[in-house]
Design a protein around this ligand. Sequence first.
Ligand code: AMP
Ligand code: MG
Length: 344
Amino acid sequence: MTIILGLESSCDETAAALVTAEGKILAHRLATQEDAHRPYGGVVPEIAARAHVEALAPLVEAALADAELTLGDVDVIAATAGPGLIGGVMVGLVTGKALAHAAGKPLVAVNHLEGHALSPRLADPSLQFPYLLLLVSGGHCQLLHVRGPGDYARLATTIDDAAGEAFDKTAKLLGLGFPGGPAVEKAAAKGNPRAVPLPRPLLGTDDPHFSFAGLKSAVMRAAQSGQYNSEDIAASFQQAVVDCLIDRTRRALKASPGITALVVAGGVAANQAVRGALTALAGEFDLPFVAPPLWLCTDNAAMIAWAGAERYAAGLVDDLSIPARPRWPLDPDAEKARGAGVKA
Ligand code: AMP
Ligand code: MG
């Protein structure tokens, strides 16, 4: 039995997990920093990095204790090496290198986005390559063909904000609290999704990409007008995001012959309206819809351990000199999307 220890520290969750090469989760531990960042209404990089320093090693010890294992029982060390807030990434990657060196075990440096991209296969072992992935998180909004570990083709990305970022900014604007996504979803449940006329940027166009900046500005104007309550704005905003995600994903599905499934991953995949609409969309194309359970959608170390397992099985191991990377696109050959604020 091959056992992989995974470490995650790229944003505001510190996590350690133990997963087998067969996809059995032996232990997963997570410490969220939400309380530390709440007063600022967003993640403060230096506070995050310092908190990872304090939390990570005890979480590794706790995960090993949960699984009744010692470091000597671990076969592979997998650590997030980017993309993310660089201070945090460095904490996790250096910890991974130190553990790999001390235990004499191979290191697999994992792209955090690959962790999200492969997590559906941890949840559903029958999921086969290639599949179409909608990756919707706080920093990314992309459509990708997932062809295998380290083998991705990006079809679309956002030309401005990520979907999760739009949720977070809307929550801040409406004073709904932090983290924003779940707060907007909760408020939206009490509102009318047709109450506020909001734009759907790029909807129905030939352009494959996403855009949410115009929607965010329209939300700001609606809030400032004093005409609407925050529940109606939240519901109308969420509906506009769903409409954009579905339209762009439908376009990508039409350009994806031979895929086995429509898959969603990343924090926004925790949103029930998004999941419901994607389930219906997959049905239109007679494809299975695969979404990891909610805890696997948001940042965690089980997905990093699993991506480590998949890469290790494919013979992909890394040197102890591998750098930490704040930016690290899954498809380095993808053309740059037009627009300002290009996200990798
Ligand atoms: P990640 O970047 O993958 O860690 O995901 C975090 C992002 O997911 C943040 O932008 C959250 O606001 C967003 N998110 C989490 N839960 C929800 C939800 N229920 N609805 C919408 N967005 C969410
Ligand atoms: Mg993430």
